[in-house]
Structures are given as C-alpha cells and as structure tokens.
Design a protein around this ligand. Structure first.
Ligand code: ASP
Length: 357
C-alpha cells in the first residue's frame, strides 16, 4: 500500500515537472516569422560597390537575403518565400492580390506569428496601405526595403531587415496595422510616404510622425493610428480577383481636360484628382470632372501638397458630388477608392470610408 502511494506521488511529480518544462519552453520559444520577398533595391545588385544607382533591383533571391543577415535567427525562427522579383515601380494589382492572399493564409496558421515583406521603396507605401486594408489578422506585418543595393558599401538593407524582424517578433507590434521599418524608424502604413528620391532617411509620415523607433536595437512604440485597418477593416480577408480601374490626374497651372477626357473614354471607374492646395481644381479640369461624375465615375479631390487634409471648399465641388480625400495622398486615395468600389457606388458611403480609413 505504502509502495503504491509512493509510485503515484512520483508519477504526479514527474507530470508536473514535464508541464513546467513545456510552459517554460513556450515562454522562451522564438516566434515563427515568414519573410516574403518581392524584389526591390534591398535585393539589388550593382556592378561596383560604389554604385547606388543604375543597378538591377530584385536580383538576389530570398535565401541570399536571409543568409546575409544570420543575426535575424536570434530573434525568430525564419522561413522565406519568393512572391516575385520585381522593381517595385512595376507593381501590379495581380501581385497585390497574390501577396494579400498569401499573407492572410500564413497568418491564419497558429504556428505563424508574423510576416516580414521585403519590397522596393518606390511603391512600398502603396502595397503597405493595400495590405493594411485587406489583411485579416492582428499579427505583425512589417514591410522593409533599402535605398542602397545589397552590393553597396554601407548598404542599408541588412540592418533594415534585422530591425524588421525585431519588430515582427515583438508583441508590441500586434494590432498596429501594417508597419514600415527602415532607418531605425517604425511608420504606419496609412500615413507613411517616400519623401526623398535617394536618401536612406526617405520614409516619413508628414503631419503625423513615426509610430516608433528601434532604440539601440530594441523596438519602442510611442503612438498608433486611430483609423480603421486590418481586423477592423470591412475589406479584410476579401478574396479579390481584380480591382476597379482608378486613375490619378495631377493638377497644374494651365491645366486642361485632356487626361480626364481620355480617362472617361477609357471607361475608368474612378478618378483621383491631385489638386493644388486644398484639393483645388483648375476650372478647365473641373468641367471635365463634373462630366465624369455625372456619368457615374467617382471623383475624389486630393492634394499634391504632401501634407494636410483636403476638406470641403467650393460649393460647386459638393454640387458635382466630388469626394474629399481627408489626409490620404493621391496614390493611397486611389487604393481606398479601388477597394471602396468593390463594395459600393453610393457616394455618401464612399465619403464615410474616406473619413474612417
Ligand atoms: N526602384 C526600386 C524599387 O522600388 C527602388 C528601391 O527599392 O529603393 O524596387
């Protein structure tokens, strides 16, 4: 009897020990991060180590990117996939849809904790905003690029990639929407934009500022966007097969209706007018936009200024049913309008989206 009791006690003790070890392992286990590579300068290769222009973007594959920064494995268990190998100036709707589907499929898996996307800087802000609206997960999605090719002296890509993994592996990055990590800074997808053609400190969020920094190798968040994104977006998890055609027309002095007339003729579903100042429209262009609006093409007033909100102005704009873009820049207003048009053509519903996203 005494012997039996002793055996029972021993079994219970061993079970408890096993449970504690499993709990401790779970607590110290590194997160599983998938890196999706799309090309860009971060994977760029030049003929010489002093060349920072005239190189081939997207020349290196995902394995070369991962192997160049072995330190990322200190922060996460890393796997990689090549989505495409392009210069991001050539980004397409089809690649966006493929990328969004893959990110959603990966993040739905319990054994994937976050995704890092390597991307060219030219359209990085557009892909980031698109994903910000269609990703159906709270888990971190971090986009990263570089301004200098991988072959350059003092290439910025390796440190940016390390920082992107550090952020994706950080619990604080949960629920912040799609993030852009470059040059020691964390910006949010909605407000970030490329502001310098060649400088490594190119990504800024004009009028809003960064969400956080990588301080001495440690991600720190200081603020977050209040606008709808990811799990709070009505576009989340949509399996899209195409996107409506929306064009941006850039307003200038001496403007005319040439491009607007062409867009109407081509059958576009929406026009974003990058106006002067507070979304002001040249009188020659306004006539053509009013015609477009009367034909059911949705017209969004935006600004070429680079910061500040576009708010109601001339009485005629309201009469002509133009939408105000709020603080979205033209290239991002285009994306929101594309997604909006997959749901509705109701103008007040679309205007409401521009206030919420
Ligand atoms: N043209 C390149 C790209 O967007 C520029 C870069 O990545 O910095 O792919």
């Amino acid at each position: 009897m005494k012997h039996k009791f002793y055996l029972l006690f021993l079994a219970a003790f061993m079970l408890l020990g096993l449970q504690c070890t499993a709990m401790a392992a779970a607590q110290t286990a590194k997160p599983n991060i998938v890196i999706l590579a799309t090309g860009g300068t971060i994977a760029g290769s030049a003929a010489s180590d002093t060349a920072t222009t005239g190189y081939k973007a997207g020349a290196l594959g995902i394995d070369q990117l991962i192997n160049a920064v072995p330190e990322i494995k200190n922060y996460a268990n890393i796997t990689g996939e090549q989505i495409c190998s392009i210069d991001s100036k050539d980004m397409t709707n089809d690649i966006w849809i493929k990328l969004a589907d893959r990110v959603n499929a990966l993040l739905a898996k319990p054994n994937v904790d976050g995704v890092v996307i390597t991307h060219g800087t030219d359209t990085l802000e557009e892909t980031a905003f698109f994903l910000n609206l269609v990703v159906n997960s709270n888990k971190p999605v971090v986009m990263v690029g570089a301004m200098r090719p991988a072959t350059a002296i003092s290439a910025d890509g390796p440190m940016n990639l390390l920082d992107a993994v550090r952020v994706a592996a950080d619990k604080a990055a949960f629920g912040k929407g799609v993030l852009v990590v470059m040059n020691d800074e964390i910006n949010g997808a909605r407000d970030v934009t490329k502001t310098n053609t060649t400088n490594v400190a190119t990504f800024k969020s004009p009028g809003f500022g960064v969400l956080g920094y990588i301080n001495g190798g440690v991600p720190e968040f200081y603020q977050q966007s209040l606008r709808r994104h990811t799990v709070n977006s009505e576009f989340r998890g949509e399996h899209l097969t195409s996107l409506p055609d929306v064009k941006v027309v850039y307003g200038t002095a001496n403007d005319d209706s040439l491009f607007i007339d062409a867009a109407i003729k081509a059958g576009v579903k929406g026009i974003v007018y990058a106006g002067t100042g507070n979304g002001s429209i040249h009188k020659n262009a306004e006539k053509a936009l009013a015609k477009a609006s009367a034909q059911g093409i949705v017209v969004v007033r935006c600004s070429r200024v680079g910061s500040g909100a576009v708010v109601p102005a001339e009485a005629s704009y309201a009469k002509e049913h133009f939408i105000d873009s709020d603080t979205l820049n033209p290239q991002k207003a285009r994306i929101l309008l594309q997604l909006a048009l997959t749901k509705t053509h109701n103008l007040s519903a679309i205007q409401k989206m521009f206030k919420e996203y």
